[in-house]
Design a protein around this ligand. Structure first.
Ligand SMILES: O=C(O)C(=O)C[C@@H](O)[C@H](O)[C@H](O)COP(=O)(O)O
Ligand SMILES: [Zn+2]
Length: 366
């Protein structure tokens, strides 16, 4: 087992990574079962593939549990699901000191974390992420949210979990497309500030995507360690440091909005195309060597991720995509800061980007 700590004073918590952890969840989660019981939020796909492992282990440890199973997919990050989950938790008489378990991917983690943050003005929650995307990214750092008509994650809170338990073996039952989409967020850490790790990704992506356990554990550990360090420095995205984790997301969220937050384009796929676009735009602005932008796009394409608007299946005009971006949470005084790059591992927050140039770039990129 390897452990990473997120250092946030009295809200600090541990992330444990261990293949087979779900089968030992009874022991590992026991300290968080405040009254010897858990409420578990999960979705249909995860319930089929993983829930039995968790509940069997809790049963063996004598920990009682109630489970709510929601539909799988991005549409579950909604007001309606939030109401359903909070009513269900209230019916189960969940108390502030209880820890709700989020068993699933980013959708379940974001929704459950948000529900925990508002239930009785805040109760505890534990993340048990079961997708690569949630294991390397969304389960760590306390961004919780649901989607709004106007865009992705627009209603939410910063609310840290009490503990994160990662079992990389859950990836064995995940569709290859889901693993690939999560891999985009792994690549992101290399592109942000670790060119050496991007090189590792180029060399090891085939093994990781083929199911090599060592490659998966290494990627998860490096990713959460990188994220924990950034979150420890800038929990609420105020200094600009945490905004680096948003590389590819301004373009990406616009692509997700354009495709209706549907299975047509998964979050990680949108982020992949968004990162390639951020690098291409940086190259066009003369900020980044064209070879670096080409290398990023080549790697994403090589693993089967979208690297262009066409790959992402988006034909919208630059203006339409920029209109989606106007809801970005990074907007400041009517201006939208962008994550751009001076090269691989050299991402920075640019505050003076002209949106007309972004729209023109996107029209050319179509
Ligand atoms: O944790 C962060 O900070 C991130 O930006 C990580 C992103 O990968 C993640 O998709 C996050 O939920 C996006 O946040 P948002 O603020 O753009 O909604
Ligand atoms: Zn993301």
């Amino acid at each position: 087992m390897s452990r990473v700590e997120v250092a946030l004073g009295d809200r600090s918590y541990a992330i444990d990574i261990m293949a087979g952890a779900l089968d030992r969840a009874g022991d590992l989660l026991a300290p968080f079962a405040r009254r010897g019981r858990f409420a578990i939020v999960t979705d249909e796909a995860v319930a089929q593939a993983q829930l039995g492992r968790l509940t069997a282990s809790l049963d063996a440890a004598g920990i009682a549990h109630a489970v709510i199973i929601l539909p799988s997919g991005e549409a579950t990050k909604s007001w309606a699901s939030l109401e359903r989950v909070t009513d269900w938790l209230l019916d189960r008489e969940v108390e502030r000191n209880d820890n709700i378990i989020a068993l699933g991917g980013g959708v379940i983690g974001d929704l459950t974390g948000f529900a925990a943050s508002i239930l009785k003005r805040g109760c505890g929650f534990v993340q048990v992420p079961t997708t690569l995307l949630s294991q390397v990214d969304s389960s760590v750092g306390g961004k919780t949210a649901i989607n709004a008509r106007a865009g992705k994650n627009l209603i939410g809170s910063f609310y840290q979990p009490a503990y994160v338990l990662i079992d990389p073996a859950t990836l064995d039952t995940l569709p290859a497309r889901e693993v690939r989409a999560g891999y985009a967020e792994v690549v992101k850490y290399g592109l942000i500030d670790d060119a050496g790790f991007f090189g590792w990704c180029e060399a090891n992506a085939p093994a990781l995507l083929a199911g090599n356990a060592d490659a998966r554990e290494h990627a998860i550990h490096r990713s959460v360690a990188a994220k924990a360090a950034i979150v420890g420095e800038d929990e609420r995205e105020t200094s600009g440091r945490r905004a680096l984790l948003n590389l590819g997301h301004t373009f990406g969220h616009a692509l997700e909005a354009e495709t209706g937050f549907s299975d047509r384009l998964l979050h990680g796929e949108a982020v992949a195309a968004g990162m390639a676009l951020a690098f291409a735009f940086s190259a066009r602005m003369g900020l980044c060597p064209a070879e670096d932008a080409a290398r990023v796009a080549a790697h994403l394409s090589a693993v089967g991720l979208p690297a262009t608007l066409a790959d992402a299946g988006v034909a919208a005009s630059g203006q339409a995509l920029v209109a989606h971006m106007m809801h970005d949470k990074k907007m400041e005084g009517g201006r939208l800061p962008f994550l751009l790059a001076r090269g691989i591992g050299r991402t920075f927050l640019a505050k003076d980007v002209d949106l007309a140039e972004v729209a023109a770039f996107l029209d050319e990129a179509r």
